[in-house]
Design a protein around this ligand. Structure first.
Ligand code: ADP
Ligand code: MG
Length: 233
């Protein structure tokens, strides 16, 4: 599938999502409208509990809103079945998490190859692309190493390479540097920026880290589940 020319990559209109906690209802995202264009590099900022993870999960089609719509390359996410949403996530999206979420029994190369296996790529193609991506994130010497023998920064590099495996149009990263020291966090941000510039893949990353925010080209600020500001930086 190719992007509709000139249109937004991901477009949210009037998104709301609440969680039910016993008798009470916690509004996590309130009437959020947001458009991400191809190739953007956007920080989603806000204090803990402001709705960043909930919003990323809605935009990434991991969760469905109570109200509103998410369109991906012109397709209405609500009109898709779970299977179609899953295929779209696999083919168009990459995900990076705070806790890396690598498969512990697989080597770095196998972790990166895994999403390509799900997409039906040949073994030769998987190996070639996994090695190319691990070289791009500076880990050519760690191909056969399992995650437990890698540093936090190295694990996040593997996770970023894995997120790019199926050549997504956008990577959603939820606090990708929260478990890293500030120097390593800076390196990971620089890596994401380079991949954004070189490959044209968009990034939307949630963070409450000022250093990470300072690296973004656009900063969307959430406050109590609503957009408080959305500005180029
Ligand atoms: N699974 C859940 N059940 C109940 N409440 C939740 C759940 N996930 C998040 N919340 C609540 O929704 C609000 C937004 O949370 P979240 O999206 O995780 O924010 P952030 O990622 O900015 O910390 C918070 O009040 C949080 O407590
Ligand atoms: Mg969160």
């Amino acid at each position: 599938m190719t992007a509709a020319t000139g249109g937004p990559l991901v477009e949210a209109r009037g998104l709301s999502r609440s969680y039910r906690l016993g008798e009470s209802v916690v509004p996590a995202v309130r009437d959020v409208s947001l458009s991400i264009a191809p190739g953007e590099f956007v920080a989603l900022r806000g204090p803990s509990g402001s709705g960043k993870t909930t919003l990323l999960n809605l935009l990434g089609l991991l969760d469905r809103p109570d109200e509103g719509t998410v369109r991906v390359e012109g397709r209405d996410g609500e009109a898709l079945t779970e299977e179609e949403r899953s295929d779209l996530r696999r083919d168009r999206f990459g995900f990076v998490f705070q806790t890396f979420n690598l498969i512990p029994v697989l080597s770095a190369e196998e972790n990166v190859a895994y999403p390509m296996a799900l997409a039906g790529a040949s073994a030769a193609r998987r190996q070639e692309r996994a090695r190319e991506l691990l070289a791009a994130v500076g880990l050519s010497v760690k191909l056969a190493v399992r995650p437990d023998l890698l540093s936090g920064g190295q694990r996040q590099r593997v996770a970023i390479a894995r997120a790019l495996a199926n050549a997504p149009s956008i990577v959603f990263a939820d606090e990708p540097t929260a478990n890293l020291d500030s120097h390593t966090a800076e390196e990971i941000l620089d890596l994401m920026r380079r991949l954004n510039a070189e490959r044209g893949v968009a990034f939307l990353f949630a963070t409450h880290d000022a250093l990470v925010v300072s690296r973004a080209r656009r900063v969307v600020t959430l406050h109590d589940g609503a957009i408080a500001s959305d500005a180029a930086s």
